[in-house]
Structure formats: structure tokens, C-alpha cells
Design a protein around this ligand. Structure first.
Ligand code: SF4
Length: 439
């Protein structure tokens, strides 16, 4: 069987896309491998969100080039494809910039991979590009299969918010919601093949409005109730949320649906109203706090995580202090923080008042230290408590690793086979990055 290796960069949507590419390529007999040296087909699923991520593509392609050359000497062909948002952003130029790439496929077109590969195998040397497809991608993909106890399920793609720093509306296009029945069927397939926890994905997941059987738009809250009926599905999550798109029905679902996990990724990006305005985020800090309060009223144990961008053009010391203040107010359970990275074609990249790199680096270090303090305190608050943990893998050290309802990593020593089981563990220790449990 020919071997397929995929290097996935970027967000959870890319992780989902990579699994679906592998599913699509099964019809040609491709089998996934972790060893890129033995792969007949190498794919990089790229991310364009930050300059650093795009730079990584170059170094990975260099490695792929060496593999191709060595295999060529052994008389073996190696096909190299570039997938994801870099392809969408650069278009045909991607083949000029990256000469060793045989196939370039955008995020809306990866269902065309089997056809592109077949064409490439017939006419070697021909270089092929597929970007936005007129076909609905999800209608052309094979049935989804779970690869373990947890699975991602894309329900929505694209975004109409146009935050001034973000490439997503240009790389993933405008908002699209998959129909309710398609989502329900895929969730059922994932459960039938071993998933007990599903994370619904969307660039702006709260805007999901997939049509029901009567052709009427549904809401995300209705989807939660529908999917909760699936027997065997024990846990439901969703990401990423735009703060002011969260409806009272979604908040209510957190109160009444036990399968809906008490965790939400709610990016604020900055604690300064002036910066939020410059980012074209349509809320103020107090609007955001209002959403946090409602979620906490519905589920007092709700864990909240966020994304932060430091060093956005024009960010003053005071703006940055305001960001630290919101970190202290919310006391985030987890967070992701980055230096602002100007992306070509976005309005923010044209702003004059760009922040020097040294200041961005300094602010990021201060912010990350503060975030880690909160994360550690949050995790330590569970010592002595008992949490239901879904065990998903065995580490190299022989411990079981899994997730609490609040998406904390939990380790446990056990001679039992706990794979895919939800087990009550008493938490005995905690660091900023994980918990230790005992049966
Ligand atoms: S809401 Fe998210 S995906 Fe949409 S433009 Fe803003 S940052 Fe990008």
C-alpha cells in the first residue's frame, strides 16, 4: 500500500482537514504513516495566520525535497502537495515560489485530491493547483471515521467578521454552515467508529445556521440538543466562539445539557477598547465581561480560555496594562498568546504605528508569565477533587493521559486498560500544564 505522511500546521480546523484528506485518499489505497522517510506522498497542510507559520513551510519543504531526492536515487517516486491557507492566499504563485511542489490544493478543494493525484500519476511532471471549488466540499468526502476516542467535526467554515489583522475571511471565504442532517450523520459515524467526545469546529462556530430537513436555518443550541440524543456520545465541545455571537440559548444549553462540557474558548484578543476597535472586533471589554458573567451564572464551574495578540499597531503601555487587567479579572483556565504579525492584504498591515519587535517580545513575555500564573492556580484548585477523565492515550512513560471536562491534561498510573474510558480520578497534584490523578 502506498504511504501518506501529512504535516499539519496551524489550528484545529487544519487538524480536521488533514484527517479528511487522509479519508479521501483512502480510495487510492493511501495509508497514513508517521514516518515521512517512507512516504510516497508528502503533504504539508499550511497555516497563513502568522508570518512564522508561513516561514515554517519553507523549512519543511526543504526536508521533503531531501526525501524526494534520496527516494529518486532508489528509483521511487515521491509526490509532494501543499494544502491549506497558504495555497489559498498565494494562488498559482505557490508553484512558482515552491518549485518542488507537485500539487497545491486550497482548504475548500481538498476533496479533489484523489482526482489530482490520479492526474499527476498519469502525467508526471504536470504541476496542478486547485483553489476555491464550485462543488460543495463536504458532499464529496467519504464517510468520516474516528481515529480515537476524541474527534473533530467541522460544522462551519469561513468568517464574515473581517477583524483587521486576520486572513481567514480571505483564505477560507465567507461563512458557510453545513446542513444539520449532514452534521448529525457525521457525528453518528464518528461515534459508530469509536469517538465518545466530539468537538464541533468552525472559524466562528456560534454563527452556525445549518438548514434543517425543512430547509429552515437552525441554531447552534438546537444542534447541541440534537447531537446530545446520539447514544454513545458522552461529551460535546465547540470552538471557536466570537464573544458577542453567543446566544442566550447557547448559555442555557450549558445549564441543561450534561453532555456539553463546561469549557469555552472565548478569544478577547486585547483588554483595551481602543485596540479592540482598531482590530475591528465588535465588542468592548464590558460587553465581553457580560458574556463571561452569563456563562458563569449558567455554569459556575465554566472554564474559560482565550487568545491574545500583543503589540497590535498603536498599542500603548496603557493598552497593554488593560490587557493584563482583563487577564486578572477573568483568571483564564488556559490561553494562547502571540505577537502581532502583519499579514499581507489585511487592513492592519497598512497601519503606520507598528510596534517595534523588542517591545512586542517584552510584552508577550510579561503576558505569558501572568497567564501561566492563573493557569497554575486554576489547575491547583482541583487538588483533592475528583474529576471524570476521558483517557485517550498511553504516554512513552507508561502513564495514561486524558482530559478533564475543563480540557485539562490529566495523567494517571494504572495497570488497567483505560483507553477510551471515562474514569473518576482523584486529583493529587497539578502544574500549569497538567494534573495528576489517582484511581
Ligand atoms: S472572527 Fe476570528 S476568523 Fe473571523 S476575522 Fe475575526 S479573528 Fe478571523
Amino acid at each position: 500500500m502506498p504511504k501518506l505522511f501529512i504535516n499539519t500546521m496551524g489550528c484545529q480546523m487544519n487538524v480536521y482537514d488533514s484527517t479528511r484528506m487522509a479519508d479521501a485518499l483512502k480510495v487510492l489505497g493511501y495509508e497514513l504513516t508517521d514516518n515521512q522517510e517512507e512516504a510516497d506522498f508528502l503533504i504539508i497542510n499550511t497555516c497563513h495566520i502568522r508570518e512564522k507559520a508561513t516561514d515554517k513551510v519553507f523549512s519543511e519543504l526543504g526536508r521533503f525535497g531531501q526525501i524526494k531526492e534520496r527516494r529518486q536515487k532508489e528509483g521511487k517516486d515521491t509526490l509532494i502537495a501543499l494544502a491549506g491557507c497558504v495555497v489559498q492566499a498565494l494562488g498559482d504563485e505557490v508553484l512558482r515560489r515552491y518549485p518542488i511542489v507537485d500539487i497545491a490544493v486550497g482548504p475548500q478543494s481538498y476533496h479533489e485530491l484523489p482526482e489530482l493525484v490520479t492526474r499527476w500519476l498519469r502525467h508526471k511532471g504536470q504541476r496542478l493547483v486547485a483553489q476555491f471549488s464550485s462543488d460543495a466540499k463536504f458532499d464529496h468526502l467519504p464517510k468520516a471515521q474516528a481515529k480515537g476516542p476524541t474527534a473533530f467535526l467541522a460544522i462551519q467554515e469561513g468568517c464574515d467578521h473581517f477583524c483587521s489583522y486576520c486572513v481567514v475571511p480571505y483564505t477560507r471565504g465567507c461563512e458557510y454552515s453545513r446542513p444539520l442532517e449532514d452534521v448529525r450523520q457525521e457525528a453518528q459515524q464518528l461515534v459508530d467508529t469509536g469517538a465518545v467526545e466530539i468537538t464541533l469546529l468552525g472559524q466562528n462556530v456560534d454563527c452556525w445556521h445549518g438548514k434543517d430537513k425543512k430547509g429552515q436555518p437552525s441554531t447552534l443550541a438546537e444542534l447541541f440538543y440534537e447531537l446530545s440524543k446520539i447514544e454513545g456520545l458522552k461529551r460535546l465541545r465547540y470552538t471557536t466562539s466570537y464573544p458577542t455571537d453567543i446566544t442566550k440559548e447557547v448559555v442555557e444549553a450549558h445549564k441543561s445539557l450534561p453532555k456539553l462540557m463546561p469549557y469555552i474558548h472565548l478569544p478577547i484578543q486585547s483588554g483595551s477598547d481602543a485596540i479592540l476597535k482598531a482590530m475591528n472586533r465588535h465588542y468592548t471589554v464590558e460587553d465581553y465581561m457580560c458574556v463571561v458573567q452569563k456563562l458563569k451564572e449558567a455554569r459556575p464551574d465554566m472554564a474559560i480560555s482565550s487568545d491574545f495578540i500583543v503589540g497590535f499597531p498603536g498599542e500603548t503601555d496603557k493598552d497593554f496594562e488593560d490587557t493584563l487587567a482583563i487577564v486578572d479579572r477573568v483568571a483564564y483556565a488556559q490561553s494562547f498568546s502571540f505577537k502581532y504579525s502583519a499579514r499581507p492584504g489585511t487592513p492592519a498591515s497598512l497601519l503606520r504605528d507598528q510596534i517595534p519587535e523588542a517591545i512586542k517580545t517584552e510584552r508577550l513575555a510579561i503576558l505569558q508569565k501572568r497567564l501561566l500564573q492563573h493557569q497554575k492556580a486554576y489547575n491547583k484548585s482541583y487538588i483533592g477533587k475528583t474529576l471524570p477523565v476521558l483517557l485517550t492515550e498511553k504516554t512513552k512513560k507508561g502513564q495514561w493521559l486524558g482530559y478533564s471536562p475543563y480540557l485539562q491534561n490529566v495523567h494517571v498510573e494504572s495497570p488497567d486498560d483505560l483507553y477510551g474510558k471515562i474514569v473518576d480520578l482523584r486529583i493529587t497534584d497539578a502544574t500549569a500544564s497538567s494534573l495528576t490523578g489517582q484511581q
